[in-house]
Design a protein around this ligand. Structure first.
Ligand code: B12
Ligand code: SF4
Length: 447
């Protein structure tokens, strides 16, 4: 069959969202190619297509199946795309965190969809396409209006083919904090055993499943050969098992790879010896879910870490010569304006994080917090998109202005601005850097 996988255009032309590869679509494409289908990916988001260009191109496109992926906050762009592509394919399907979290509701919400896939879709999508033609019993993992749903088991991460990156516009992807040009993302493990109240683990589940060090480094080597200089590991918990991280680092060193990377880690799973090895093997940035500088907020978030662990992880990471990115959540229920300012101070002055990302507490479907009584609809100035269900005791105005204050207080410092300028140059993120500078300028003037 001819299959077209689409990431729709940005909601608005000036949307600042990161241009990161849609790895889920690339994994789905690889499985379909293996099963003998003819597959294309259209990443209209990274290509910065306008909606009118998208409409024009779709009018002359024909495929057997069109597939989309959706996160809850971006599902509106898929909804907008459906009437545009409806006559371009016989079947339209959707996968990703959104249908996985809301299940049957997605088919009611989007009548133009034929079916949706729940969870990791590599095997399910192949069975679904076969079912479209042959009929019979609906495969497990598929939502369909006239058949009952049953859960599919997760694929073995060691058997999944590498993502079909050759179908993506590789030169369009950028990451502002990358230390080299040529950017790609990788996933080396799926699932997470922790229980943070703001996190949607519906797709990967609670069972952590990892690829072998050899398999991981094989993929890195392939990327290096294709011109990639920097890899972002987007595993939920890259550092969960330190022994595996050691194996990956030793394999990178054994093969003499010349590639730099970033990963996501927990502050309770690193120590100086491991961090030094990671630095030697090319690790340049680690993003930690610090979330808050207030113990009560950490408890509310069920993060199962404490402030002292965050402090020692940041000291050790800096000592190893690796930069840090602190993910922070502001305005957790129970937090006053003063508490939020303490959290900002914590990331800025105590942890001395190299970078920080400040968000509000979104309660999305699939998260334990979904439906919490303190939920309000708040527009986050940083995301520049729609209102989001946010759990906070602060007013929308207070939260908005604290978020702006956090970004400005953290980044408007000569040292950090200088580093950002260098990052823009090294990563080639000129467009992203310019957009960020304009946004920061606007916020500081509107304070
Ligand atoms: C990388 C990443 C990003 C990247 C972009 C990712 C992209 N372009 O695809 C960036 C950094 C930009 C990002 C931004 C955000 N993200 Co994000 N992100 C991730 C992360 C860490 C990894 C995604 C990934 O590559 N996974 C690996 C692939 C293999 O999994 P997958 O994409 O889910 O795909 C599988 C299945 O879903 C399914 N599938 C997916 N698509 C399709 C399509 C078809 C046709 C089929 C059949 C199947 C299918 O099969 C795939 C293979 O198994 C996930 C967490 C995670 N562990 O997945 C969060 C996650 C997806 N993000 C999330 C959120 C909330 C956000 C933000 C809203 C955060 C914020 N507060 O701003 C923003 C949204 C920004 C925006 N406006 O677009 C949530 C989504 C929850 C939800 N219910 O929607 C997640 C799950 C984090 C979490 N645990 O809560 N994100
Ligand atoms: S936030 Fe991170 S540690 Fe917490 S449950 Fe989600 S993936 Fe796991």
């Amino acid at each position: 069959m001819r299959v077209l996988l689409i990431r729709p255009p940005r909601r608005e032309a000036g949307d600042m969202g990161l241009s990161v590869p849609p790895l889920g679509l690339a994994y789905i494409a690889a499985s379909l190619i293996d099963a003998g289908h003819e597959v294309e990916i259209l990443d209209a988001y990274a290509l910065r297509w306008s909606w009118s260009l998208f409409e024009t191109k779709m009018a002359s496109t024909q495929a057997d199946v069109i597939g989309f992926s959706a996160m809850t906050p971006t599902v509106d762009v898929v909804r907008k795309s459906l009437p545009i592509v409806r006559s371009s394919a016989r079947w339209i399907i959707l996968g990703g965190p959104h249908p996985t979290a809301v299940r049957e509701q997605v088919l009611q919400d989007m009548p133009l969809l034929d079916a949706a896939v729940v969870g990791e879709g590599e095997q399910v999508v192949v069975e679904l396409l076969k079912w479209f033609v042959d009929g019979g019993e609906l495969p497990a993992g598929v939502l369909h209006r006239s058949h009952a749903f049953s859960d599919a088991s997760a694929p073995d991460v060691r058997d999944i083919p590498f993502p079909a990156r050759h179908l993506l516009p590789q030169d369009k992807y950028r990451y502002l904090f990358a230390t080299r040009r040529g950017f790609a993302t990788m996933i080396t493990s799926r699932g997470c055993p922790f229980r943070c109240s703001f996190c949607d683990k519906s797709v990967g589940g609670s069972r952590w499943r990892s690829r072998t060090a050899i398999d991981v480094v094989d993929e890195m080597e392939l990327l290096q050969r294709s011109g990639v200089g920097f890899v972002n590991f987007y595993d939920d918990n890259f550092t969960l098992h330190p022994r595996r991280v050691e194996d990956i680092c030793n394999e990178i060193l054994r093969r003499g790879l010349n590639i730099e990377w970033k990963c996501e880690g927990r502050v309770d799973s690193v120590d100086l010896a491991l961090l030094r090895l990671m630095k030697k093997a090319g690790c340049r940035v680690i993003a930690y879910g610090v979330e808050s500088g207030n113990s009560a907020a950490l408890e509310f978030l069920r993060k199962d870490i404490n402030i002292e662990q965050a402090e020692s992880a940041f000291v050790a990471t800096h000592e190893a010569g690796i930069r840090t990115l602190a993910y922070m959540i502001l305005g957790v229920p129970g937090e006053t304006e003063q508490d939020v300012r303490r959290s900002i101070f914590f990331a800025d002055k105590k942890l001395r994080a190299s970078y920080a990302q400040f968000s509000s507490l979104n309660a999305m479907p699939g998260t334990p917090l979904y439906g919490h009584p303190s939920t309000k609809s708040v527009k986050n100035p940083v995301d520049s998109d729609q209102h989001r269900a946010t759990v906070t005791d602060l007013s929308e105005l207070q939260l908005k202005s604290l978020l702006k204050e956090a970004w400005i207080r953290f980044y408007l410092k000569p040292r950090r601005l200088g580093r950002l300028g260098l990052d823009v140059w090294r990563s080639g993120s000129f467009d992203e850097g310019a957009r960020l500078a304009v946004a920061m300028g606007k916020w500081s003037m509107s304070r």
